[in-house]
Ligand binder design. Structure first.
Ligand code: FAD
Length: 293
């Protein structure tokens, strides 16, 4: 590994100054579970690592009924998996967290790192998109808010501008009765990236008899995590049953943009989108209605 400088900052302003000084040679360090592997494989040789873990408050998780859930970019995956607040109100996030890597990786890895690494197969991203999450991004020219869905520019590429840092993930309050599910298919049961990941959010009328709003996000089957908008439209205003969930799942599999790579072929991935989407829809509906409808 090429030698590099390391600086642990205690304020974002310090980080911005270092970004200005080192330009493209500077890289943010969070948990390092993606970054160090890329450095070891010489994909990435930074001049300086700017460690954000000394910036106080960046790992906080809080909830306010009006504002929703706020997750600091440095919150660990382990924390999101186990926080009673997240598990009770936003189980989709806890499910994504529980499916990521191993215990050791989850203790080290952060939600901000998972998002900024921009892997199409990242486990935290589909659920957050299906919950309508937004990102708070801070930079030398102030802060901006961007829907998570619009953050990705391609595999490993984001719309972060030079010197900007992701500081917070904002999840809006749930509009009413809701049901969620994240289904991940990987070659191995544990410690493996998704071949397909599907996150479903269903928001219903108060009687829980039909879906008012549906969000289906597909991971690992496109250059960036994708919403399956046509599949969502099949389900809006409907009571879910086997025929309808199959129709939506087939539609999602048409909307997917898989490629063949080391993990799976394009054809296999497309077929698994159908299977996994239907499974996720069934389970989300069951979670919403308690199996009553
Ligand atoms: C053995 C193993 C198994 C894994 N399994 C999975 C898995 O099942 N599912 C999965 O999704 N991932 C998996 N990963 C990948 C990795 O653990 C996650 O993507 C993790 O969430 C990355 O977070 P981090 O804090 O370690 O990021 P880092 O490695 O510190 O950073 C990743 C990238 O994001 C940038 N960055 C980090 N934080 C910020 C910020 N706040 N603002 C701007 N840029 C930032 C860094 O500069 C770097 O480019 C695995 C990794 C390993 C080593």
């Amino acid at each position: 590994m090429k030698s590099f400088e390391y600086r642990k900052v205690s304020t974002l302003e310090e980080a911005f100054r270092l970004f200005q000084e080192y330009g493209e040679g500077a890289k943010v360090l969070a948990g390092g579970t993606d970054l160090f592997i890329q450095m070891r494989n010489k994909v990435l040789p930074p001049e300086i690592l700017i460690d954000l873990k000394g910036v106080s408050g960046m790992d906080q998780v809080s909830y306010d009924p009006a504002a929703g859930l706020r997750i600091g970019a440095l919150a660990s995956i382990h924390r999101l998996e186990n926080s009673p607040l997240v598990r009770e109100r936003f189980g989709l996030i806890a499910q994504g967290a529980a499916s990521l890597g191993s215990y050791q990786i989850r203790c080290r890895a952060t939600v901000g790192g998972n998002i900024c690494n921009a892997s199409p197969a990242a486990d935290m991203i589909p659920g957050l998109i299906s919950l309508g999450a937004k990102l708070k991004i801070d930079g030398p020219n102030g802060e901006r808010i961007l829907p998570l869905e619009d953050f990705f520019a391609g595999p490993g590429k984001t719309n972060l501008r030079a010197g900007e840092v992701l500081t917070e993930v904002q999840v809006p309050p749930l509009p009413g009765p809701s049901g969620f599910h994240y289904a991940k298919h990987s070659i191995r049961k544990a410690m493996d990236l998704a071949v397909v990941g599907v996150a479903v959010s269903l928001f219903s009328n108060p009687q829980k008899t039909r879906c008012e709003e549906v969000k289906i996000t597909l991971g690992a089957v496109g250059p960036v995590p994708l919403r399956a908008a046509k599949a969502e439209n099949c389900l809006k205003g409907q009571k879910l049953d086997e025929e309808l969930t199959l129709r939506a799942a087939l539609q999602a599999s048409e909307e997917a943009q898989p490629i063949t790579d080391i993990r799976a072929s394009e054809e296999y991935r497309r077929e698994m989108v159908r299977v996994i989407t239907q499974r996720a829809l069934r389970q989300a509906w069951k979670n919403l209605t308690g199996g009553k409808h």
